[in-house]
Design a protein around this ligand. Structure first.
Ligand code: ADP
Ligand code: MG
Length: 615
């Protein structure tokens, strides 16, 4: 499980763009790291363990050399210098036991280091996740209309996972490799300066070539994968539209198309194979060539009595450490760059300005009551994402407290936009929105939204029980209140019909409710909220006539004793309205009661009702 998360994290990370690492970006990232502050003592202890375990890893090649040196036959009377190795005991058993102890202590260090780092990263990241999510859902609607949900979602998952990996693994690995690299070089010099010079003359070149070659080959194999994915879309498309392929007798054509695409894959793969072959032979030749030349030179030094055999052995072990550290830097650096990019994107969200939502606590206390009168005065509005299109052009209408006002008009006229403005999802560029004759900006956003409820055409239920979905309208409601609301909304009967009743789980993984049932759950939710102003945005448009009757009844119940703005497509539902506002292309063209509007010659309402009622 943990493994698969890691893997998927890595494959996502593969696609994440990198960022430059410079002073500015480091400053930014440090700001994000302030999330780790509460856990800094653990982090520092982890860091200490990391340094200790990295440093102690040098004891392994040194003691191994000592072990071998002690075990080999003493050379004939000559005293060959062991260099640094002479600081260790000479007794065979003592060396072996020391070595085992070192390994054991190192194991313990690593265990605690990993535990501490993971704990710090998990806890710190959970805090960042929570804050980013909170930030996201408190951002104004405008933010969401300019971004795709998938992109925002990936910031919460891929970007933050990338940061998490960087803290738990990459950072530690980087520190460890730096210690091993610098310490390794120092010890190499201490063991034999001459051999080190010889090694440093060839090793960096080898590592650089290997890294670049490796990258090039990876690019080629990615190209081959992409091509393969392309040819797979041919298979997918044709299988999905198989009846089309057959009906047009295009089987041979499709096979030809697929074959051509597959051949391309082979071509790229062959090119990759050639380079891979060269790479493998290069590595085998050069790597072993280096070893041979170092050993050859070392053997000369041993013969000349400049170093001992044990020192040479230690030297070779140490040089594999240094070489591996060198080779790991480019990859670590690239991962760091991706983590920096991810941090910058997350910080971007955190820097956005939230909506002024005042009371976020559970109780949602209303500070300034709205009686229910609502007025649009010359409202002009265009969406911030599409400023050039004027959606509402001088819209004025008035609803007294407790009145039913209907808004009708063709689709795209701006009806739902009016609903959005009442909820203050957006603010109008010109004109005034008044509640009880008072400008809407005198009310807090929270007060307005707590006293306005909307029942949309497509009700989205959250994954959870029906009970929870109704109680969403008032989180503090008692069980009795929830059931009473369900009864008034004509929902109690169908809910009781489920074996698990109110605990029935709905949403993506639960029971699928019909459109009418979902609508009644939404009505119960709105009843529980008991708003002063109710907006029905085509609430019954997509229902069949049987469920429409039940929903309509529930809506009548819901509309009692409050101001209702009824947005409707079907005019049959609004005949009883106190006032009907006819909207076309963002302009109010007619206002009046049903009977008044029917009197207007050439009127849009008369035309529309003619269309709907005569059939
Ligand atoms: N979030 C949005 N961003 C930009 N334009 C929008 C947005 N929502 C709606 N519009 C545009 O505003 C106009 C009115 O839309 P809407 O109020 O949904 O119409 P109606 O509800 O009357 O069918 C349409 O032209 C639509 O394309
Ligand atoms: Mg609409």
């Amino acid at each position: 499980m943990a493994r698969s998360r890691l893997n998927s994290g890595n494959s996502q990370a593969e696609e994440l763009p990198k960022a430059k690492i410079n002073k500015q970006s480091i400053q930014k990232v440090v700001r994000l790291l302030s999330y780790l502050k509460p856990y800094r003592s653990k982090f520092l202890i982890g860091l200490l363990f990391l340094v200790l375990s990295s440093a102690s890893s040098f004891l392994f090649p040194l003691l191994m050399g000592r072990l071998i040196g002690t075990g080999s036959f003493p050379s004939q009377g000559r005293q060959i210098p062991n260099g640094i190795l002479d600081i260790f005991p000479t007794d065979l058993n003592t060396v072996a036991i020391t070595l085992l102890c070192v390994l054991f202590i190192q194991a313990i260090f690593s265990y605690f280091r990993i535990n501490l780092f993971v704990e710090v990263a998990e806890k710190g990241l959970a805090d960042i996740r929570r804050d980013t999510y909170f930030k996201l859902i408190t951002l104004p609607m405008n933010f969401f209309s300019q971004r795709r949900v998938g992109e925002l979602n990936s910031r919460l998952s891929a970007d933050l996972s990338q940061i998490q990996d960087a803290i738990t693994t990459t950072l530690a690995e980087m520190i460890r490799q730096v210690i091993i690299f610098t310490g390794g070089i120092i010890f190499l010099v201490l063991v034999s300066g001459k051999l080190t010079l010889m090694l440093l003359a060839v090793l960096p070149i080898l590592v650089i070539i290997a890294v670049f070659f490796g990258r090039f080959i990876r690019k080629l194999s990615r190209q081959a994968q992409d091509k393969l994915a392309e040819s797979n879309t041919i298979v997918e498309e044709t299988l999905q539209g198989i009846s089309n392929v057959k009906a047009f007798v295009n089987e041979t054509f499709e096979v030809g198309r697929y074959n051509k695409s597959i051949r391309e894959v082979v071509k790229i793969a062959m090119r990759g194979a050639k380079f891979r072959g060269i790479f493998a032979s290069f590595i085998v030749f050069c790597l072993f060539g280096t070893i041979v030349s170092v050993v050859w030179y070392g053997a000369h030094l041993v013969q000349a009595g400049e170093i001992s055999l044990a020192s040479m052995f230690t030297f070779i072990l140490l040089s594999t450490f240094v070489g591996a550290a060198m080779g790991s830097f480019p990859e670590l650096y690239a991962t760091m760059q991706k983590a920096f990019g991810a941090s910058e994107r997350v910080l971007e969200i955190l820097a956005e300005v939230s909506e002024p939502i005042s009371n976020i606590e559970k109780d949602n206390v209303i500070r300034k009551k709205i009686q229910g009168a609502l007025e649009f005065q010359d409202i002009e509005f265009s969406y911030p994402s599409r400023k050039e299109i004027i959606v509402l052009n001088g819209v004025s209408f008035k609803a007294l407290a407790g009145e039913k006002v209907a808004i009708v008009g063709p689709s795209g006229a701006g009806k739902s936009t009016i609903a959005g403005l009442i909820l203050r999802f957006y603010d109008a560029q010109a004109g005034k929105l008044l509640f009880d004759g008072i400008a809407s900006d005198e009310f807090s956003l929270t007060d307005i939204r707590n006293q306005v409820a909307i029942v949309p055409q497509d009700v989205l239920l959250f994954g959870g029980s029906i009970y929870e979905n109704i109680a969403y309208g008032k989180l503090t409601a008692s069980r009795e209140e929830v059931i009473a609301a369900a009864k008034r909304a004509n929902a109690h009967d169908f809910v009781s019909g489920f074996p698990e009743g109110y605990e029935t789980v709905v949403g993506e993984r639960g029971v699928k409710l019909s459109g009418g049932q979902r609508q009644r759950v939404a009505i119960a939710r709105a009843l529980l909220k008991d708003p002063a102003i109710l907006i029905l945005d085509e609430a019954t448009s997509s229902l069949d006539s049987e469920s429409e009757r039940l929903v309509q009844e529930a809506l009548e119940e819901l509309m009692k004793n409050r101001t209702s703005i009824i947005i409707a497509h079907r005019l049959s539902t609004i005949r009883e309205a106190d006032k009907i506002v006819v909207l076309e292309k963002g302009i109010v063209i007619e206002t009046g009661t049903h009977d008044e509007l029917l009197q207007i010659d050439q009127g849009l309402y008369r035309y529309l009702s003619g269309l709907q009622f005569e059939v």
